[in-house]
Design a protein around this ligand. Structure first.
Ligand code: 6XA
Ligand code: ZN
Length: 340
């Protein structure tokens, strides 16, 4: 198993988030990676540094003004004499203007964000950039003929849209990997998102694309984050119509119900006949996850890995969520082992 990781992830630390109405230390913290690395070491796998890429590569799935904002946001914050973490407090909701980018820093912070749960600190851009490089490197390896590769991305990416951040995500690592595979000449690429939370950013990016399939199994957005996207009737538009498949499931879903839906989701992937697969691998579907409500147990993760690996597709696995820190490593490695 080829694994890519950058220690720069640790620069994204120290933020608080507004989580379901309470300001708490971010659940998305560096120790998640430490536990995954420890389990990877126990499995006997080597970890490699990602390749370097020019920032221009981000324009393949993100708006240029958004990337420029992320790159410079903290320096601007400092320029205003501030320190600590940045969180937006106001958003352009219904009836307000989204057609012009506001001038002031705090106005732009809310303009580009969709929640107050994704703190930006001094090292956020460097960490997000390094995570994206991991995903791109994993994609490049698969293009070069590797059967599978895993990008240990932190911060995660699947909530980040073309021009917005949220849900701990800034650059959409999975979307960058999928686009990289397309740019290398693969004609059809599928993204399978098994994180507990709907990958609204990935859906947003490929919504009108007929060449990238998006299939997601997740908690019902009526009660689960990100709330405002992820319903079954969202099917894509234009050339992408029929290339988006959402499978929202109720709180309390266990492997019996999950695996039945997984079979249907995998059928959609097979029907699309992709030349490669990107997996948004969130292990917050685990029963012990502190912010999620499915009931998969540790023994279910090898099953999940086996089912996805059985597709026999060249596969890029990209780390998304998972906050049961003590168990995150074992659960991730259980999925990866099926590809080894
Ligand atoms: C709100 C919960 C954010 C969920 C992030 C996640 N603070 N996404 O795990 O997959
Ligand atoms: Zn998640």
């Amino acid at each position: 198993m080829k694994i890519f990781h950058s220690p720069l992830h640790a620069l994204h630390d120290g933020g608080m988030e507004l989580h379901r109405g309470a300001l708490v230390p971010s659940y998305e913290k560096p120790s998640r990676v430490d536990h995954i690395l420890a389990s990877i070491a126990r499995a006997g796998w080597a970890v490699e540094a990602p390749l370097a890429y020019d920032d221009a590569v981000f324009a393949s799935v993100h708006d240029a003004d958004y990337v420029a904002f992320l790159r410079g946001a903290y320096e601007e914050w400092r320029g205003e004499g501030r320190d600590g973490f940045m969180l937006p407090g106001a958003f352009p909701a219904r009836g307000m203007r989204r057609d012009r980018v506001p001038a002031g820093l705090h106005a732009r912070l809310g303009y580009y964000a969709f929640d107050a749960g994704s703190p930006i600190v001094e090292g956020t851009w460097q960490a997000a950039r390094a995570a994206a490089h991991c995903a791109l490197t994993a994609a490049d390896l698969v293009v070069a003929g590797e059967r599978s590769a895993y990008a240990l991305c932190r911060p995660p990416g699947h909530h980040a849209g073309r021009g917005m951040f949220g849900g701990y995500c800034f650059l959409n690592n999975a979307a960058l990997a999928a686009q990289r595979l397309r740019d290398a000449g693969l004609e059809r690429v599928a993204v399978l998102d098994v994180d507990y939370h709907h990958g609204n950013g990935t859906q947003d990016i490929f919504w009108e694309r007929g060449d990238v399939l998006f299939v997601s199994i997740h908690g019902d957005p009526n009660t689960e984050y990100p709330f405002y996207l992820g319903h079954a009737d969202e099917r894509g538009a234009g050339a992408g119509e029929g290339c988006n498949h959402n499978f929202p499931l109720p709180r309390g879903t266990d492997w019996a119900a999950y695996s039945a839906t997984l079979e249907t989701a995998l059928e959609r992937v097979v029907d699309f006949a992709p030349q490669a697969l990107v997996v948004s691998l969130g292990v917050d579907i685990f029963e012990g996850d502190p912010i999620s409500q499915f009931r998969l147990v540790a023994a279910d993760f090898p099953r999940l890995g086996a089912r996805i690996a059985a597709l026999g597709l060249p596969t890029v696995l990209v780390q998304e969520g998972g906050y049961a820190v003590a168990e995150i490593g074992e659960n991730v490695v259980s999925v990866l082992a099926a590809f080894d």
